[in-house]
Design a protein around this ligand. Sequence first.
Ligand SMILES: [Zn+2]
Length: 100
Amino acid sequence: MPIYEYECENCGKFDKLQKFSDEALKVCPTCGGKAERIISKNVGIVFKGSGWYATDSKVKDQVRSLNKERQKDNQALLDGDVSGYVKQAESTEKKISESI
Ligand SMILES: [Zn+2]
């Protein structure tokens, strides 16, 4: 299931795990205020092992460790640990942006 990011007019941003078939929330589950789904480029991106191509061994090591981080992301998601996933995914994004 993908995680969608919403923005509530009162509470600000929050994440919601939803099925593809679920309709977007229009009302904030916390305060009942107006909520809007925002498209996030960071959430839900999964790098498969074959998606990276590197010949340089230093880059290979880097890619290997980033893929390991990604596996942690996915494991948190499989465990249904949404806040853990978001936290882990954020740290992975940071590592990726620092290393590229
Ligand atoms: Zn709210």
